[in-house]
Unconditional design. Structure first.
Length: 330
């Protein structure tokens, strides 16, 4: 076992305790002790791995300890293109969904004297070896593209989800049509990452598929991500679908659709956005006000003026900004 994994064996119980046990069950002093112990126990492994060869790290990806596998993937990510030889092994790790502490690779926060670490200790989502492998493959870059693309349609659920994210992070236009094909994947988490990736790549070939998703997908999280992606692509063909999405039962979808319409800046959206200034959710109203300001159409003046009396202060502030933006557009 390498020195890094020996250190990992010491750190793992501390990290597991900090991740799994709720703070309400322990005194504040225990929380502080947990953080202090984590600093001492878990800061060493990644630093030690920086001295290992890539071949040695590849061998360590077979560790029976999930935290160790995640840590090795983090070490690969630091090496970027120099870790290209690890691509096949990292791709094989993409379906590994064992939960580990989100701090497994975050020693830098502890070194930098973050005195508020206790606040972050449990608010972060856990990670997995598969997610850390995905980050490493994205950091490695173009050598990852073809092997990851092969996993997108045929891998396990977790692998497909991670592969979809990697392809967006790589921003390679060759991934657009394969990603479009996965907008109907049976797993919502895969579809959500597919939508994000299509927005990250910003290729207009994805617009029709994303427009279907924003209206018809059964998952509100996927519909929300599709709305974001359409706004990121900024193609006017998306306006009609986004206008219909402004009536979605999920307020996050309505909010994101309002943002997307503002990003596209098409005057056809003005009437629907004016109506959204009366939405039951203040976040939707605020985003609608922003979108109307971004479009800058004078037809929004009366609605925005009325929004200056909104019960929510953030909506009032956004409406005031939007009115100024409309004036500047004249």
């Amino acid at each position: 076992m390498s020195p890094a994994l020996l250190s990992m064996a010491v750190a793992a119980p501390v990290l597991a305790w900090g991740l799994l046990l709720p703070s309400a069950g322990r005194p504040a002093d225990d929380d502080a002790m947990t953080v202090k112990a984590a600093k001492a126990a878990a800061a060493a492994p990644l630093a030690t791995m920086r001295h290992d060869t890539t071949a040695s790290l590849i061998a360590q990806l077979d560790s029976p300890v999930p935290a160790a596998r995640a840590l090795v993937a983090c070490a690969m990510a630091e090496r970027k293109a120099d870790a290209a030889a690890a691509v096949p092994s990292l791709v094989a790790l993409l379906d590994d969904d064992a939960l580990v502490s989100p701090y497994i690779c975050r020693e830098e926060w502890w070194r930098n004297g973050d005195h508020d670490l206790g606040r972050w200790w449990r608010e972060q989502e856990p990670t997995t070896p598969g997610q850390e492998a995905a980050r490493a493959l994205a950091a490695i870059g173009s050598p990852s593209f073809t092997p990851v693309l092969a996993v997108l349609a045929t891998g396990g659920n977790h692998a497909r989800r991670n592969a979809a994210w990697i392809l967006g992070a790589l921003r390679d236009e060759r991934a657009v049509l394969p990603l479009v094909a996965q907008t109907t994947d049976r797993v919502a988490g895969v579809r959500e990452n597919v939508a994000w990736s299509l927005g990250a790549i910003r290729d207009q070939r994805a617009v029709e598929a994303l427009a279907r998703v924003v209206e018809k997908d059964e998952s509100p999280d996927v519909r929300e991500k599709a709305a974001w992606a359409l706004g990121a692509i900024r193609d006017p063909r998306a306006v009609d679908a986004l206008m219909r999405a402004m009536r979605d039962p999920a307020h996050d979808v309505r909010r994101q659709s309002a943002w997307a319409l503002g990003a596209i800046r098409d005057g056809r959206a003005v009437d629907g956005l004016i109506a959204a200034l009366k939405d039951s959710q203040s976040e939707v109203r605020k985003q609608a006000a922003w979108a109307l300001g971004a479009i800058g159409d004078e037809r929004a003046t009366d609605g925005l003026t009325a929004a200056l009396d909104d019960t929510d202060a953030d909506v009032r502030r956004q409406a005031a900004w939007a009115l100024g933006a409309v004036v500047r557009h004249r």
